[in-house]
Design a protein around this ligand. Structure first.
Ligand SMILES: Cc1ncc(COP(=O)(O)O)c(C=O)c1O
Length: 364
């Protein structure tokens, strides 16, 4: 029995190899490995795709969130409201700046921040709201932006899993003050290393983020603010430019594959719920099951890898023990953490593979 890939980057590479080689060779020829012309070309293309004025290409999704919050002036003593059901980077970046993550439980169907609980979490110390568009579906931005507007707070979208998704016809990364994404290799749009980007319509924030990306430098060796080395490598920009050519087709394939998974699994497990006004890019295809370990083992025995995104919500991570948040505090996130299971998801899954995976998920 042939193993199935969780994310098949080789199948994608076979499809785009000539363009990848052409793009990478161009970088080897000009040799401008740092901030070469491909970085600007990528920023222009991504900004146009998302429909915002500015894209700032950076070294990772983590740096994108960090740089966004630095540009907004988040610092010691501030609070940033976010979700506990996410990858560690969301909370980690808040804490790295000396601010405190304040969690709001999630919606049980979308896994995104429950916007009806948001207002109660705002205090005089709140400096921003950082919703995550988890698994590829945008958070509830109409409601989140309304609360933010009422209190004059900026909103940063952690769009590390949702690049290419839409909310009421508008693209993820264009829905708030700043949108931040990741180009980690397994993401719907991924490079061959680490990469990320910040998006904004605000000229002032864009200037600040460009500065922070290069050690807070306004001109060579003159540093007006604290920054970091947060640049995207030219080679990664070249890889992304090659991959952009097939991105729309790949998003379409992901949508088709998710629909097929839905047909095969709907009666057996809880399949992903996508709001009617949203489209998801299915960064993960995540179901809920009763006996997760047994299901994982059954699938593993058949050469089918699975993953759990995420087994421990942020408020129960040892690193955040100092926040003193006990089990039971965010019950919806905690229940999801016990039950979610991500199945293989990439644009090159065949129907035979989907049927094989589904038959193993369904068998009790
Ligand atoms: C929700 C979320 N936030 C932040 C990140 C961090 O992105 P990166 O790994 O590119 O630093 C990721 C990536 O895994 C993510 O899934």
């Amino acid at each position: 029995m042939t193993p199935i890939e969780f994310v098949d980057l080789k199948a994608q590479q076979r499809k785009i190899l000539p363009e990848l080689e052409r793009r990478m060779k161009a970088v080897l020829d000009h040799g401008r490995y740092i901030m070469g012309p491909e970085v600007q070309e990528l920023e222009e293309k991504l900004a146009a795709l998302v429909g915002v004025k500015h894209c700032i290409a950076v070294a990772s999704g983590t740096d994108a969130i960090l740089i966004a919050m630095m540009a907004l002036g988040v610092g010691a003593g501030d609070e940033v409201v976010t979700t506990p059901f996410t990858f560690i980077a969301t909370g980690e970046t808040i804490a790295l700046l000396g601010a405190k993550p304040v969690f709001v439980d999630i919606d049980s169907r979308t896994y995104n921040l429950n916007s009806s609980l948001l207002e109660a979490a705002i205090t005089p110390k709140t400096r921003g709201i950082l919703p995550v568009s988890l698994y590829g579906q945008c958070a509830d931005f109409d409601a989140i932006n309304a609360v933010a507007g009422k209190y004059g707070l900026p909103v940063i979208e952690d769009a590390c899993q949702s690049f290419g998704a839409t909310f009421r016809g508008r693209k993820s990364c264009s829905l708030s003050s700043i949108g931040c994404t990741s180009f980690f290799p397994s993401k719907p749009l991924g490079c061959y290393g680490d990469g990320g980007a910040c998006f904004t319509d605000n000229d002032d924030l864009a200037t600040k983020m460009r500065r922070i990306r290069v050690h807070g430098q306004d001109r060579r060796y003159h540093h007006s603010v604290l920054g970091l080395n947060g640049r995207m490598d030219t080679l990664q920009a070249a890889v992304l430019l090659a991959k952009l050519e097939v991105f729309a087709d790949e998003v379409e394939a992901r949508t088709r594959i998710a629909a097929r998974y839905g047909e095969l699994l709907r009666d057996a497990v809880e399949t992903p719920y996508v709001e009617p006004h949203n489209t998801s890019v299915y960064a993960q295809y995540t179901v809920q099951v009763d006996k997760r370990e047994a299901a994982q083992e059954r699938l593993r025995d058949e050469g089918i890898p699975t993953a759990v995104h995420y087994p421990v919500p942020l408020h129960l991570q040892p690193v955040f023990a100092g926040l003193n948040l006990q089990e039971g505090r965010y019950p919806v996130a905690e229940s999801a953490a016990r039950r979610v299971l991500s199945l293989p998801m990439h644009p090159y899954l065949t129907d035979a593979e989907l049927v094989r995976i589904a038959s193993r998920v369904v068998r009790r």
